[in-house]
Design a protein around this ligand. Structure first.
Ligand SMILES: Cc1cc2nc3c(=O)[nH]c(=O)nc-3n(C[C@H](O)[C@H](O)[C@H](O)COP(=O)(O)OP(=O)(O)OC[C@H]3O[C@@H](n4cnc5c(N)ncnc54)[C@H](O)[C@@H]3O)c2cc1C
Length: 460
């Protein structure tokens, strides 16, 4: 069957972004608006995280979270846009109020991990784009000098990289700010079931994608469709095994105002053998009198998959895909027992004062990994007009200000040959340069106890 060309892209072209309230989707919409495109429609299961601004009910998107680490990256082609990203976090009116530059410690204690960090430290020192202050912290004393709150922590033997110009972003508020900007630009937004992707509309004669059908049966015709559906992408479109969705676990500790004061502005502390945590954040609740101070922490491990048979668009028969199960759609789910033990360990190691304190909330948060941890930003090989903007690989929130510029470059045919090669459709390429997550294979949730509660299969 002949594959037909797409219509030329103009500022009046109809562009549909599926997953438009997530990190990469909202960023794409923002850059389209800033480049003068006028006919943009966002589709998403959930709206902009104004409801996450409260101590919110939803954790569907990776972006619907109270804080995420923000810092310079030197890995892969994302490293090439890192300076632009950080500049936007610091100076762009849409983002600057949501970036907190409190510094960051990236540490390890096992010799092989320390050796890896040393390598990455040297690479950072030699990198031509180096624009930040970094230091090697070689012992406990130096660690405590930069992170005094770890004085009672289990940090003997820790060494690592101190980065002055890094910190955290108020993830939900930053995405919400993008949403407000998009509303100011007049972007059309459709959420809930009418915004939920059903399948692409394909012109049979040319195989071109000419829009999408949403779950309510509505047809949305478009000149370009961008699928920015994060961890849900491989269960919606057959990606030929290029993305594997995995979850990690987030927990919240409530602290008093006095405790929050003591932990105010602590650096982000990350140890790949344990997990990471952030300074307390004041969270407004939608019910009066329930505002609280929350410390967010996450575990670090190879992630969990959830493989099952499903038939994404493009697959001729059911295939095995790791399908996310979000807390938003399944609010009674808890987390696997072993995950809970890992989270308790994060507290013991990094925040020992709170070892006995119960978490007020815990949930699983989903990302989708490519083998080499590079994005999958490309046109679908069989359906011109259908673009993939996914493959976040667990570290794309930081690129909220800039990821969309790369997607728009792709739509406009301006992406460099090298970026198109790295981010292109690449089944079976694997991880030739060793840039992927590597490590042991993730466990599957079906093999674990203690997480699924109820069988409410509401729409994801
Ligand atoms: C525990 C944890 C901690 C993390 N910490 C960090 C960090 O500190 N720093 C960092 O940079 N990154 C971090 N990440 C990764 C980061 O959150 C993701 O890389 C990023 O948010 C992914 O962006 P995305 O746009 O691909 O997906 P999302 O932001 O998840 O957006 C996908 C969107 O698609 C929508 N969608 C799904 N299905 C459909 C459908 N059928 N129809 C319509 N819409 C749909 C969703 O509702 C969502 O809005 C973390 C991730 C996890 C899990």
């Amino acid at each position: 069957m002949a594959i037909g060309p797409t219509s030329p892209l103009t500022h009046d072209s109809a562009i549909v972004i599926v997953g438009g309230a997530g990190t990469i989707g909202s960023s794409t919409a923002l850059h389209l608006c800033r480049r003068g495109y006028k006919n943009i429609t966002l589709l998403d299961v959930y709206g902009f995280p104004s409801d996450y601004v409260t101590y919110g009910p939803s954790q569907s998107a990776g972006a619907g979270d109270i804080n995420k680490h923000i810092g310079t990256s030197y890995s892969g082609t994302r490293g090439e846009i890192s300076d632009m990203t950080m500049d936007m976090w610091r100076n762009d009116p849409v983002f600057k109020d949501y970036y907190h530059e409190v510094g960051e410690l990236t540490a390890a204690s096992l010799p092989e991990h320390i050796a890896d960090l040393r390598k990455s430290y040297k690479a950072k020192l030699n990198h031509p784009n180096k624009s930040e202050e970094i230091k090697w912290l070689g012992d406990r004393e130096e660690i405590i000098a930069h992170c005094p709150h770890l004085a009672n922590g289990l940090v003997d033997g820790w060494q690592g990289i101190w980065t002055e110009k890094a910190g955290w972003g108020a993830a939900n508020d930053a995405v919400d700010s993008v949403g407000r900007e998009l509303r100011n630009f007049g972007v059309k937004m459709i959420f809930g079931q009418p915004g939920t992707f059903g399948r692409p509309l394909i012109d049979e004669a040319t195989t071109r994608c000419v829009g999408v059908i949403t779950k309510d049966g509505e047809k949305h015709y478009a000149d370009r469709v961008v699928m920015a559906t994060g961890a849900w992408s491989p269960s919606l479109i057959d990606l030929a095994g290029q993305c594997v969705s995995k979850c990690w676990i987030v927990a919240h500790l409530e602290v008093s105002e006095e405790e929050a004061r003591r932990y105010k502005s602590i650096p982000v502390v990350y140890n790949g053998e344990v997990g990471f945590c952030f300074e307390p954040r004041f969270i407004r609740h939608h019910e009066p009198g329930k505002d609280r101070w929350i410390i967010k922490l996450c575990d670090e491990f190879p992630g969990y998959t959830r493989f099952m048979e499903t038939t994404p668009f493009g697959a001729e028969e059911p295939i095995k895909v790791s399908v996310p199960r979000s807390h938003s759609a399944h609010p009674t789910d808890t987390v696997p027992e072993e995950g809970m033990r890992r989270l308790r360990r994060v507290v013991e190691v990094m925040l020992p004062e709170f070892t006995e304190r119960e978490f007020v909330k815990s949930y699983m948060c989903w990302c989708t990994d490519t083998a080499d941890a590079e994005w999958l930003f490309c046109q679908h090989p069989s359906h011109p007009g259908l673009y993939l903007a996914t493959g976040d690989s667990g570290h794309s929130f930081v690129t909220l200000p800039s990821a969309g510029s790369q997607v728009v470059d792709l739509l406009e045919g301006k992406a460099s040959a090298e970026r198109m090669r790295r981010w292109g459709w690449r089944p079976g390429r694997g991880d030739p340069e060793g840039t992927g997550r590597g490590g042991v294979a993730p466990k599957d949730l079906s093999d674990l106890d203690g997480w699924a509660h109820g069988d409410d299969e509401r729409a994801e």
